[in-house]
Design a protein around this ligand. Structure first.
Ligand SMILES: *Cc1c(COP(=O)(O)O)cnc(C)c1O
Length: 360
């Protein structure tokens, strides 16, 4: 068996102990004589899985009691629609901060539902500090993408909305560093970056934002349905929730969010230092907005980028190709990427640069 270093932006690397556990109990989950995939979502063993997943997440993020944790399907992309369907009433408007490709997609869906105001930074790779004057006082909510997976940027300081609920797409950031849930109205994340396999989406929603959808809102798109039925109104993605629970246990066992953050800061520093010291590679993001999770880098030469990617693949570094809108390379360093993976990548980058005969 060969395991590579997987730098994919998502679906992404999972902790190896989690995969081993899945393998170990795949045919017989907890003496049920069944795979977890074969268990009824109404059975006690599955009820325990979903309950534990919820409670460990609550513990890891210190989620206050007046927030609900729900499990949905449709990815972060369905949240682009559910958010306005639930929170943007007739004649109301919402503010969206446009910091990259994912926020653009969120805006596109919200515009189908209601009136949207957009606020854009002046620079593609920078996120300024926002204050209440940047938003309409009538706004139902302010939407942000907390970490821009494609551009490799993140907020240095979250916007001060002056009391308007802040809604955050944290797909590529959740559990990677400490954050204060109480400063948000709604947080959501597709699981396949930092939480588990694809198929499940997590939302953390303040009680005041539940039950606001109109009667026209389909049952399955109404947050209230998930809260009322504890995410078991219909069959949830049981296997994904099971793996998510194992990932949360792994995070807890490895120092919780603080432990993850310490390791993530170290890993990101290794790569950023390598890029900054290099005369071949560069990263377009100002230091204060640099993502800990997704790090784009590039040479000035397309052919050299292609050569780098080709050689990297031969060495067992997978999915380093940058998103087409940014070009070059991108390394995603989610929680489950081991430090050794980043060290090996950095060594490889140094060797590659030296082989170019010290290009400057
Ligand atoms: C990956 C990603 C998405 C899309 O997630 P899906 O689960 O594929 O819908 C949305 N927002 C961000 C920030 C992402 O990183």
């Amino acid at each position: 068996m060969k395991r590579v270093y997987n730098f994919s932006a998502g679906p992404a690397v999972l902790p190896e102990p989690v995969l081993r556990k899945v393998q170990e109990e795949l045919l017989d989950y907890g003496d049920t004589g069944m795979s977890v995939m074969e268990l009824s979502h109404r059975s006690v063993p599955f009820q325990n899985i979903i309950e534990e997943a919820r409670s460990i997440l609550r513990e890891l993020l210190s989620i206050p009691d007046d927030y609900q944790v729900i499990f949905l399907q449709g990815g972060a992309s369905l949240q682009f629609s559910m958010i306005p369907l639930n929170l943007l009433g007739e004649g109301q408007e919402a503010d969206y901060i446009l910091t990259g490709s994912w926020s653009k997609k969120a805006v596109k869906e919200a515009e189908r539902v209601g009136k949207v105001r957009t606020v854009s930074p002046h620079e593609k790779f920078e996120i300024p500090v926002y204050t209440p004057e940047d938003f309409s006082p009538q706004s139902s909510y302010v939407h942000i993408t907390s970490n821009n997976t494609i551009e490799g940027t993140r907020y240095h300081e979250y916007p001060d909305t002056g009391g308007i609920p802040l809604v955050a797409d944290m797909s590529s950031q959740i559990l990677s560093e400490k954050m204060d849930v109480s400063s948000f109205g709604l947080i959501y994340a597709g699981a396949q970056k930092n939480l588990g396999p694809s198929g499940v989406t997590v939302a953390i929603i303040h009680d005041s934002l539940v039950g606001r959808a109109s009667d026209h809102c389909p049952t399955m798109l109404n947050y209230e349905t998930y809260v009322k039925h504890e995410s078991l109104f219909n069959t949830p993605p049981t296997f994904s929730i099971y793996v998510l629970k194992l990932v949360l246990e792994w995070v807890k066992k490895n120092g919780g969010v603080e432990g993850m953050q310490a390791r993530n800061e170290e890993k990101a520093a290794l790569l950023y230092n390598c890029i900054d010291e290099s005369s071949l590679f560069h990263n377009p993001v100002p230091e204060k907005n640099r993502s800990l999770m997704n790090i784009p880098f590039s040479t000035d030469n397309e052919d050299l980028n292609a050569q780098f990617l080709k050689e990297a693949k031969l060495k067992g570094f997978e999915f380093l190709k940058g998103h087409r809108s940014v070009g070059g390379m991108r390394a995603s360093l989610y929680n489950a990427m081991p430090r050794e993976g980043v060290e090996a990548l950095v060594d490889f980058m140094k060797t590659f640069e030296a082989d170019q005969g010290g290009v400057s």
